[in-house]
Each structure stands twice: as C-alpha cells, then as structure tokens.
Design a protein around this ligand. Sequence first.
Ligand SMILES: Nc1ncnc2c1ncn2[C@@H]1O[C@H](COP(=O)(O)OP(=O)(O)OP(=O)(O)O)[C@@H](O)[C@H]1O
Length: 204
Amino acid sequence: MLQGSNLECARGDRVLFSGINFSIKPGELMQVRGPNGSGKTSLLRMLCGLTVPSSGEINWNGTSIRSLGADYFSMITYLGHLSGVKDDLTAIENLRITSALAGVAIDEKIAYEALQKMGLEERETLLAKVLSQGQKRRVALARLILVNTKLWILDEPLTALDVSAIELIKNIIERYLAQGGMVILTTHQEIDISATVTHQLYLS
Ligand SMILES: Nc1ncnc2c1ncn2[C@@H]1O[C@H](COP(=O)(O)OP(=O)(O)OP(=O)(O)O)[C@@H](O)[C@H]1O
C-alpha cells in the first residue's frame, strides 16, 4: 500500500498544494486531476521519490519511501510526461535500454513482440527521430508490457495517442490492475478505466 499523509509541495515561496492525503492498495487506481500548473507532475515526482515533500510523509507498507531508497525504486515504474525516448536509438534499442535500466533484460524478440503489441509493426528498427510523436509515446509505453513492478506512476500517458492507442493502454492498465497492480496517473482526457476502486485526487 502507498500512503501519502498531509503532503505539501512548495516551489520557491509558493505553496503549490498542502494537506494532501491518500492511500492506494493493490488493484486500485488513483487519478490526479487539476488545471495546468496545479502541481500534478510535482506530486507524481514526489511519489516516485525524485523530490522531497516540504512537509508530510509518503509510506510504502508503513515504511517511509526515503528510507527504502533503491528498494522502493525497484518496485515502481515511472513514465514522465516527456516520452524519454532517445532520438538517435531505434525503437528496439530504446525499449531494450529502458527495460534493462529498470532491471528487466530483454532480447530482441521480446522487444519486437512488445512493440508489435503497441501497434508499431515495421517501425521497430527505425531511429526514433523519424517516428511521429504518438509513435514515440507508444515506444515509451511498450515498457509497461515488460516490467514487473508493483506500482505504475504515469504522467499524462495519453498525450499524443490516437483512439486505438488509448484503447490499447486502457486494456494494459486494466489487465495490470486485475493482477493486483496499483496505478497513479494524471490525465487531462476522460478515460474510463475499470478498477476495484478508483480514487480521484483533485489539485486546484
Ligand atoms: N523546479 C521548479 N522550480 C520552480 N517552479 C517549478 C519547478 N517545477 C515546477 N515549478 C512550477 O510549479 C508549478 C506546478 O508545475 P507542475 O508541472 O507540477 O504542474 P502540472 O499540474 O503538472 O501542470 P500541467 O497540467 O501543465 O502539466 C508550475 O507553476 C511550475 O512552473
């Protein structure tokens, strides 16, 4: 279980949000909503342990994520709102490298299959710089098919995706939740994902 208690985020002398409380358990989804600049990305980075809250605590099964350190990182998958795909690597190379960095070494065949599942047939060996924005996003999202982590933290995963890719990612997330995964995501788009429990966290 991931639990946030009384979280506050300050940027300079501005408090972006305060008094945020939530808990999320296996099989549950939390959607973080709010207007541009309300602090959604800042909150997600906090939940990944990339930034420290100006007050409050984040606990994983009762233990502070700061004290868990690398053990916590190995349990989560974070996809930032920029795709993180490197232009000078092919789709296959991007996927193999990001998977290896996440602790899952995959061979070319597995990477091909994951890219094909994401609708990238015949794009696999192209340099990412010639892919469209939506295709780059699909390469980044293909990682979700391969990782074996307990919590996904996804910042605007639907950006640049067309209707068929949104349906694909919805199915991938629903399958993961049904297997006991936990998902925290931000999106400006309406998406109807079924989960045992869906929490809505609104930042204003
Ligand atoms: N490192 C930083 N230093 C100072 N201000 C920052 C920093 N990072 C973010 N901010 C500010 O914090 C505010 C919240 O940014 P954040 O990216 O968390 O918002 P968001 O809700 O994700 O927005 P969007 O919907 O546009 O993606 C913005 O005003 C932003 O300029």
